[in-house]
Unconditional design. Structure first.
Length: 427
């Protein structure tokens, strides 16, 4: 009988079976942990997407050129690469939960402080502080999910992706009207987003106290020895795919509102269009990982998403004001390569340790690959004064992105390729 099974002691040890239901405090802590993960994910993009619709007043006030604006769009990739590589070492020393908690503090402080910046250099430096918090959280949140929710990785990755997309869209949608409601000063419109970071920090502090992670044990959790990951062709393909999708995503977040405004669309509507581009990822981020995980091979998704991007960039280049909502949706669907690549990272490794190492490698190298793209887009636009060149460049990048994605999407495991490269070549 089920009640007896729950309370009968083990014949050998006299202890209760390990399958008993978790206690009420454990359930509440699990719910709090899930909410904290969602709150952290919400904070991973407003640092960038709140700036896009307000880029013109920020540039005018700080005396920022188009090339420097392109550099600003590249700062996220630079920070994500640099601090993403450092995140595992920090996690081994103090634990991933502590690092993520510190990341929420960095986001809060950086977003708030940059709203008081008096010049471009100061603004870039404080933005980098916030992005450092985003970077370490980017890398470690999937690892925390894998460790503490091993039976619910799919739903938790879906929650994480949805919350990230929701935060991205929210910042893009309300930055302009919120700034207007606060008196029209961009400093208030950007600084108010520190409130989201403060809320996430408040949620992570009790999780940090409850979990009591310590040093090397917390960072490694019995993970296997480091893989020679650079031997894996799948790892390199994943990094290339991640880097090229990040290039398109950060150019879109940094410049899409400007593209629409230059076509005669007002600031409020351009912000709403950017929000549509981001919010389309909310339902797709929930559905796509589950669909992709059911297939051993994700190449079909790679091709379809790239095709959406080519169509969207073509529409933006030749008729941006003709069907702006259609172009926004198409570009948004193309940017759903992000939840796809996160899913593939989880599928291309056999173990949690392999997933962590592949995540660090793919994101670190990928973000390095993405750094020149936004700078080049800003330079092309400043040189030509038109968006044909930058949008053509983005459409062209989708070709190698697709090729890398087709290789990364094949049913392979990096442990096999890294440890047995000869067998990999024969296969």
């Amino acid at each position: 009988m089920p009640p007896a099974a729950d309370t009968t002691a083990s014949p050998r040890t006299g202890a209760r079976p390990q399958t008993e239901r978790p206690s009420a405090p454990a359930k509440y802590l699990g719910v709090l942990f899930a909410v904290a993960i969602a709150a952290a994910a919400v904070n991973l993009r407003p640092v960038v997407t709140s700036l896009g619709p307000l880029l013109d007043p920020v540039r005018a006030d700080l005396g920022m050129s188009s090339t420097l604006a392109g550099l600003l769009a590249a700062v996220p990739s630079l920070c994500f690469a640099l601090f993403g590589f450092l995140a595992p070492a920090a996690a081994r020393r103090i634990g991933p939960i502590a690092v993520i908690t510190a990341g929420m503090g960095a986001i809060t402080a950086g977003v708030l402080a940059r709203s008081f910046a008096g010049g471009t250099a100061e603004f870039l430096l404080l933005t980098a502080l916030a992005l450092a918090g985003v970077a370490v959280s980017n890398v470690l949140l999937p690892v925390v999910i894998k460790r503490y929710f091993p039976e619910k990785v799919g739903p938790m990755i879906g929650l994480y992706s949805m919350a990230l997309s929701a935060g991205t869209a929210l910042a893009a949608l309300v930055s302009v009207p919120l700034t207007s409601a606060l008196g029209g000063d961009w400093r208030y419109g950007l600084g108010v987003w520190a409130g989201l970071g403060a809320l996430a920090l408040v949620l992570w502090l009790p999780v940090l106290i409850a979990k009591r992670e310590r040093g090397e044990r917390a960072g490694s959790a019995g993970a296997p020895a480091k893989l020679p990951i650079t031997r894996s062709r799948t790892a390199w393909a994943m990094a290339g795919y991640f880097g090229l999708q990040a290039t398109g995503a950060y150019v879109v977040m940094g410049f899409l509102s400007k593209i629409f405004q230059d076509s005669g669309i007002d600031k409020g509507t351009s912000g709403a269009l950017l929000a549509v581009t981001m919010v389309i990822g909310v339902p797709v981020s929930f559905v796509l990982p589950n669909l992709a995980a059911r297939r051993g091979d994700q190449r079909l998704f790679v091709v379809v998403l790239a095709s959406f991007g080519i169509a969207g960039y073509a529409g933006l280049a030749f008729a941006p004001a003709g069907a702006p909502w259609v172009w926004a949706v198409l570009v948004g669907l193309s940017n759903c390569a992000f939840p796809l690549v996160l899913t593939m990272i989880g599928l291309r490794a056999r173990t949690a340790g392999g997933v962590a190492q592949l995540s660090v490698f793919a994101q670190g190298v990928g973000y390095l690959i993405s750094i020149p793209g936004p700078i080049l887009v800003g330079w092309i636009y400043q040189a030509t004064g038109r968006w044909y060149g930058p949008l053509g460049f983005l459409a062209l990048l989708l070709v190698p992105q697709m090729l890398f994605g087709l290789r990364a999407a094949r049913a392979r495991h990096v442990e096999d390729e890294a440890v047995h490269p000869v067998e990999r070549v024969k296969a």
